[in-house]
Design a protein around this ligand. Structure first.
Ligand SMILES: CC(C)(COP(=O)(O)OP(=O)(O)OC[C@H]1O[C@@H](n2cnc3c(N)ncnc32)[C@H](O)[C@@H]1OP(=O)(O)O)[C@@H](O)C(=O)NCCC(=O)NCCS
Length: 141
């Protein structure tokens, strides 16, 4: 398996992965969002590929923070294809996210996750992440 930066040709599998994550998205919309993130110096979108097939993705957003003496990195999305789970793909994507965050000099790697994602909680704990808070959200439409 190899990890590489996502490219416009990945719009189809990225749309499929977003669907599995619970965010139904057309390939066109996925491609447009990917383009915006790829153009941003503060974002990284990488895919995991096995034998020519995309089997997972991770995106990372870097920002400044008043609370810390250094930038912080957020794993804004991670998902592994249903057919490729429990094969350490997610672990490798999170290791990549950590490497990218360190390369950018970040002092913290964090993420938010829904209460209902019990599998993901177990996954993050297995990687040494500690549960440190709650996420509150308000849709602004
Ligand atoms: C969470 C997710 C990314 C994990 O990816 P993965 O490639 O299946 O995970 P890995 O194989 O790297 O797992 C590493 C370790 O994490 C833990 N883990 C992973 N999935 C788990 C699960 N479903 N239940 C319990 N522990 C789990 C285990 O300790 C596992 O090691 P083990 O298989 O030797 O027991 C994947 O299940 C997924 O895409 N889920 C749906 C989307 C999602 O919830 N994303 C996170 C949103 S916040």
């Amino acid at each position: 398996m190899e990890c590489r930066p996502a490219s416009p040709e990945d719009a189809d599998p990225i749309a499929e992965l977003l669907e599995q994550l619970g965010y139904p998205t057309s390939p066109e919309t996925a491609g447009r969002r990917l383009q915006a993130l790829t153009a941003s110096p503060d974002d990284e979108v990488w895919v995991a590929e096995r034998e020519g097939t995309v089997v997972g993705l991770v995106s990372v957003h870097v920002s400044g923070a008043l609370e810390y003496d250094g930038d912080v990195a957020k794993v804004s999305a991670i998902v592994v294809d249903e057919a490729a789970r429990r094969q350490r793909v997610g672990e490798q994507l999170m290791a990549l996210a950590e490497r990218l965050a360190r390369q950018r000099g970040c002092v913290l790697l964090f993420l938010t996750t829904s209460e209902r994602r019990k599998d993901a909680h177990a996954f993050y704990r297995s990687l040494g992440f500690e549960e440190t808070g709650r996420r509150f959200a308000k849709a602004l439409d």
